[in-house]
Design a binder for this molecule. Structure first.
Ligand code: TYD
Length: 214
């Protein structure tokens, strides 16, 4: 059985994660690394049910603690039913958002009403123990560009978080950069303002260097 990797993509809104995940999946497939694409919140039947209740509705329909618990409930199901079984079978997992999003959104960007770093770390340990992604790409984009890209989206596809004010998005960006700074081994910051091809090449080079060649 070949090596398998758990690779996560994180960042604010409209940073182009899903585009990069798709082309990376094809690249890895060509190199004979079997892989699946999945997302959070979601990825399993139960977790997709949770996704529906968390992302839809009014901006303030949940407080940060309820939200974090729902995200981790979804994550636990996703982890035991999909992420771990695939990794154990030699299949790599490419995931659109993971626990860094809970830290950035519910932990930090909510400010005073958020859970703070410690509580999110504690929940992480309860739900996932010592498990961590092999590699995390933090896609970084200016808040102005991020909001500009969201505006172009179809109104029905806009979720609760994309309706938050500019201050929230600024805190979010800083939160992700902080996570990257505190997890230098695992996280790589990618300049998401570059072209799709340039970003893809950068991501492939990093994966070759940090995972495939080892
Ligand atoms: P999605 O439509 O997938 O947004 P994006 O394309 O920006 O990734 O919706 C996921 C939303 O859920 C996104 O706005 C971030 C939010 N989220 C959290 O707040 N906490 C979490 O733990 C996760 C996984 C996502």
């Amino acid at each position: 059985m070949g090596k398998s990797f758990f690779i996560t993509f994180e960042g604010g809104e409209g940073v182009g994660k899903s585009t990069q995940i798709k082309i990376l999946s094809d690249y890895l497939e060509k190199k004979m690394y079997k892989n699946i694409i999945t997302r959070e919140p979601g990825g399993t039947e139960n977790a997709e049910l949770i996704r529906n209740i968390v992302l839809k509705g009014k901006v303030d329909s949940w407080d940060a603690t309820s939200e974090a618990l729902l995200m981790f409930a979804a994550r636990r199901d996703h982890f035991i039913r999909k992420i771990k079984p695939n990794l154990d079978n030699g299949i790599s997992v490419l995931c659109d958002r993971f626990a860094d999003s809970t830290m950035a959104y519910q932990g930090i960007a909510y400010g005073k009403t958020g859970l703070g770093v410690k509580k999110v770390e504690d929940l992480y340990k309860i739900v996932l123990g010592n498990f961590t992604p092999h590699l995390t790409f933090i896609m970084d984009l200016s808040v102005e560009e991020s909001l500009h890209r969201i505006k172009k989206r179809d109104i029905d596809s806009i979720n609760r978080y994309e309706c938050m004010d500019i201050e929230f998005h600024k805190k979010l960006r800083l939160a992700f950069l902080d996570i990257a700074k505190n997890n230098k081994e695992r996280c790589v910051v990618i300049d998401a303002s570059k072209s799709i091809d340039d970003i893809h090449n950068e991501i492939c080079n990093i994966i070759e260097l940090k995972l495939l060649s080892k």
